[in-house]
Design a binder for this molecule. Structure first.
Ligand SMILES: Nc1ncnc2c1ncn2[C@@H]1O[C@H](COP(=O)(O)OP(=O)(O)O)[C@@H](O)[C@H]1O
Ligand SMILES: [Mg+2]
Length: 608
């Protein structure tokens, strides 16, 4: 058996891994077209005009060798000399053709830029909306830094693809055809043969080598996303890093991922060197061949000097875009890989989706019912085990239980961030999986357990509960949430910026902002998830009285850690091991002397 040269085995090996990607790009292109065609259709005129300018630019380019030939032949001693005026005309025509080529190319890019940006705008927005539609689970698992990079690379990939596919690949192929035809017509097949052969070899080599390089490119992108994820995650957790003096540790982890990136780049650069070198060799060989053929023909008197110049000029002009074509092909492959990553994200289906015939939820009294609800985040660890719970409309119901008992989970199911594994949850008799998520969430206001804010002013953060609310309504919500003293003490009042994730406020202040938001939203169902847990007893009393005013005409679900805050609830539900173990009013539950009573006694003891 003849041993295979090492480069051949390389190509054969990559071929196997890359067939998948070829399949992927077969699916990718129609998808891409589906997303891009509306943008192209919307800018029909621009696209048409840009194509027209493209033709004009190429026309100017094809004229140049002919003008050069006429000039050289006109100046050559043996040929009949041309007059001064004629010469001037030819020189001017040459200059005109050169300028036209550049001008029309610029016009084309300027016109088309708008279309590219519209496409980036559209797809960027689609991705953003899509990511927001994805389920909570996805968001808990996502890596923000890497995601941002993936989206960024995907949209610029689309821009690149649009610009270069339309204005580079197709026109260059057209140009090759034209040049081959012109040479054949004027000088016979031999020159055309060399041109076509070198184009074919060049294309074959570029294609193979680029395919071989794809995984280096991918490795660079992965390393890039990873290091970005590291950096963003580390910066988001700035405080934690400081608390634990872990700057060094963070830096060394970032250093590691940057090192991986650097190594990947190094391999990528070497493979690029191989590709560029090979391409240059092919171009140089065929140019040498052509020039040699032409030079000997001139010596034999078969061609004029002008012909020699024309042929050389065509070769120069042809290989310039061809060299560029190699680059474009590489970049297009890279762009496609980036777009593929982004489209994978777009193809990801949210685990929780509206039913096709989803109706709009209408809330009357606001009666909430959990029937035999089973739920687990991961199959190995069940959180709710056949939970039955009815919350009558207009009542205030407290849910208590140990930390980790599944209280917050209950609320996430009510908001339909997750679907139960079995059982139903309904509001006023309508199962929530039959209504649109929009209409469901519209009717529930929540003060969550961990409240994070946007990096914006206090006013805008409160207004977030109802973006259409005016300043008076915001002020009323501030009063209801007992925030007015706090706001009065701030030099900038409601215009104070709260910092990223609201970290410039204390936990209690953040919670009251969340209460103000909920007040502003004014939904028929109110949920408090340990909303007073980080307040001191004085603020807690204030917030509780505000809450009681609100809860008076709403259905309210209150999850409370401190039992003293919920003694007057219409009903208290005790959650344990994923089921309701006790339900009733405070005095009844105490009298029963069960779980609630022992919880109560434990808390009473710890307070005294
Ligand atoms: N997204 C999640 N993925 C996996 N497990 C989770 C998730 N969220 C909560 N859990 C687990 O589910 C259990 C119930 O959590 P939770 O409802 O937040 O408890 P609590 O009653 O304190 O509000 C806990 O053991 C918690 O670790
Ligand atoms: Mg909780």
């Amino acid at each position: 058996m003849v041993p295979r040269p090492f480069w051949l085995s390389y190509i054969m090996r990559t071929k196997q891994t890359e067939t998948l990607s070829a399949q992927a790009s077969r699916v990718l292109l129609p998808k891409l077209w589906q997303r891009l065609s509306p943008v192209l259709a919307e800018h029909k005129m621009r696209v048409a005009l840009a194509l027209l300018f493209l033709l004009a630019a190429k026309g100017g380019l094809l004229l140049i060798p002919f003008l050069l030939k006429a000039l050289v032949d006109g100046l050559d001693g043996d040929a009949p000399a041309v007059g001064g005026t004629m010469l001037l005309m030819m020189v001017l025509a040459y200059g005109g053709a050169r300028f036209a080529n550049t001008l029309f190319a610029e016009l084309r890019d300027t016109l088309f830029g708008r279309v590219t940006e519209a496409a980036m705008h559209r797809i960027g927005l689609q991705v953003f909306e899509h990511v927001h539609r994805l389920d909570l689970d996805y968001h808990l698992n996502r890596r923000t830094g890497g995601l941002a990079r993936d989206i960024e690379r995907g949209t610029s990939g689309i821009s690149f693809l649009l610009r270069f596919f339309i204005f580079n690949i197709a026109p260059t192929l057209f140009e090759i055809g034209m040049v081959a035809g012109i040479l054949w017509f004027n000088y016979g097949f031999s020159y055309t043969g060399v041109v076509l052969a070198s184009v074919v070899v060049y294309a074959w080599f570029s294609f193979r080598a680029t395919r071989w390089r794809t995984h280096f490119v991918r490795a660079v992108n992965e390393a890039d996303s990873n290091s970005n994820t590291r950096a963003v995650d580390s910066l988001l957790n700035y405080e934690t890093v400081k608390y634990f003096n872990n700057e060094q540790y963070e830096a060394s982890r970032y250093d590691q991922s940057l090192q991986q990136w650097q190594d990947a780049r190094q391999k990528n650069r070497l493979s690029l060197f191989a590709l560029n070198g090979g391409q240059a060799l092919i171009i140089a060989l065929s140019q040498t061949f052509m020039v040699g053929m032409a030079a000997f023909s001139v010596q034999r008197g078969q061609l004029t000097l002008g012909d020699f110049v024309l042929i050389n000029q065509f070769m120069l002009q042809l290989f310039m875009p061809l060299g560029f074509l190699g680059f474009v092909y590489r970049e297009i492959k890279a762009s496609l890989a980036n777009i593929e990553t982004m489209f994978k994200l777009l193809d990801r289906q949210p685990k929780v989706a509206d039913a096709p015939d989803a109706s709009t939820l209408r809330v009357g009294p606001g009666r909430i019912q959990f029937q035999q609800v089973h739920f687990a985040y991961q199959t190995e660890r069940t959180v709710l085990r056949g939970l039955d719970l009815t919350i009558e409309g207009g009542q205030t119901v407290a849910i208590v239980g140990a930390s980790g008992a599944g209280k917050s989970t209950l609320i996430k199911l009510l908001f339909r961030f997750y679907d139960p594994d079995s059982g139903t949850i309904s509001i006023d008799g309508t199962p929530i999986h039959r209504v649109s998520q929009d209409s469901l969430r519209q009717h529930i206001a929540i003060v969550p357990q961990d409240c994070v804010l946007f990096n914006d002013s206090l006013r805008e953060n409160i207004r977030y509960g109802k973006p259409s609310a005016d300043d008076d309504a915001v002020a009323a919500a501030v009063r209801a949430a007992h925030l007015e003293d706090f706001v009065a003490r701030l030099p900038d009042g409601l215009d104070t910026l709260v910092g990223e994730r609201g970290l410039k406020l204390s936990g209690g202040e953040r919670q009251r902002v969340a209460i103000a938001r909920a007040v502003l939203k004014d939904a028929p169902i109110l949920v408090f998830d340990e909303a007073t847990s980080s307040l001191d007893s004085q603020s807690e009393q204030a917030v509780l009285s505000a809450f009681r005013e609100l809860a008076g005409h709403h259905t309210a679900v209150v999850i409370a850690h401190r039992l003293s805050t919920i003694v007057d609830a219409d009903s208290i539900v005790v959650l344990q091991n994923g089921v309701v173990v006790e339900q009733g009013q405070h005095t009844d539950l105490l009298a029963r002397d069960g779980t609630y009573a022992s919880l109560w006694q434990a808390q009473q003891r710890s307070q005294t």
